[in-house]
Ligand binder design. Structure first.
Ligand code: C2E
Ligand code: MG
Ligand code: MG
Ligand code: MG
Length: 278
């Protein structure tokens, strides 16, 4: 009957909601365990200057090695951690770990690079975010100029005054700020010219799908960045053709599998040039 099928529809809707909710709860519980049992790791992906060919940065990317489920990609748990609020603790752990690692590379005599850390909107909107970043820099001894915080465009929409003030305070502290996944969010050119950031990261969707339109978009992002005095890096570079195109368009830096996948820190030593070995 109609009634019955409606009820079934309702029930199946209901149970899929419940399933989603339970899946989220279980990720939350599992994630809490992961933090305690040290299942989380940070890998790093090199960022290369196109002009000099040197590694100039390393992006810190979280990795979760679950004891029975194996590798769980950030895209399956970061959005949940953002909903539950756990991202604040996790993000801060990543930042401390990344700053510590970068300081360690410097102590080991490698040529200094900037470490990039993804900052979730929830972290950015903590009233004391600037003090928290300063505390981590103090604890690890990393000079602020070797830390870059990656924010996304989505948070750039709300509460403009607060964002500008926080960005200015971070700049005062001496850290860099970049806009991640540029081109996929609600970018407003008006905001972009007002936000004190130093770099745009072109989203990989525009890089690794080789369509004429994408090339036109990439070109204009590069040119716009330079006219706003911003550096620009392309994410998701996988082929030499993509690299050549970006070189021709005078993109500043590249990051992607073409050069290196994200790797655990101990596997990255070969990536650095080593001008002053002790
Ligand atoms: P993202 O910040 O845009 O990081 C770049 C992503 O692109 C990484 O995915 C990286 O592995 C991937 N990638 C790099 N080169 C290539 C390439 O040539 N081809 C392709 N197809 N992909 C490439 P990953 O590590 O899976 O991270 C996904 C997202 O999860 C990140 O995107 C970031 O938004 C989030 N995330 C990762 N770690 C953290 C963290 O510590 N805190 C926060 N808040 N978010 C994080
Ligand atoms: Mg990023
Ligand atoms: Mg990105
Ligand atoms: Mg992202």
């Amino acid at each position: 009957t109609v009634k019955e099928s409606q009820r079934n529809k309702y029930m199946s809707y209901d149970s899929s909601m419940t399933e989603k909710f339970e899946a989220m709860l279980s990720v939350e519980t599992e994630l809490r365990k992961a933090i305690k049992q040290e299942q989380l790791e940070v890998h790093y992906q090199p960022q290369k200057s196109i002009m000099t060919g040197k590694v100039v940065g390393m992006e810190a990317l979280i990795r979760w090695q679950h004891p029975t489920k194996g590798f769980i990609p950030p895209s399956s748990f970061i959005p949940i951690a953002e909903k539950t609020g756990q991202i604040v603790e996790i993000g801060e752990w990543v930042m401390r770990k990344a700053c510590f690692q970068n300081k360690q590379w410097q102590k080991d005599g490698y040529e200094p690079v900037i470490v990039g850390v993804n900052l979730s909107a929830l972290q950015f909107h903590q009233k004391d975010i600037v003090q928290r970043v300063r505390k981590i820099l103090d604890e690890t001894g990393l000079d602020p100029s070797y830390l870059e915080l990656e924010i996304t465009e989505s948070m750039a929409m709300t509460n403009e005054e607060y964002i500008i003030k926080t960005l200015n305070d971070l700049r005062q502290l001496g850290v860099h700020v970049s806009i991640d996944d540029f081109g996929t969010g609600y970018s407003s050119l008006k905001y972009l010219s007002r936000f004190p950031v130093s770099k745009l990261k072109i989203d990989k969707a525009f890089i690794n799908e080789n369509q004429k339109q994408n090339q036109a978009i990439v070109k204009s992002i590069i040119h716009m960045s330079h006219s706003l005095n911003l550096k620009v890096i392309a994410e998701g570079v996988e082929t030499v053709e993509q690299l050549n195109f970006l070189r021709k368009e005078q993109c500043d830096e590249i990051q992607g599998y073409y050069y290196s996948r994200p790797l655990p820190p101990e596997q990255l030593s070969d990536m650095f040039s080593r001008p002053y070995v002790h």
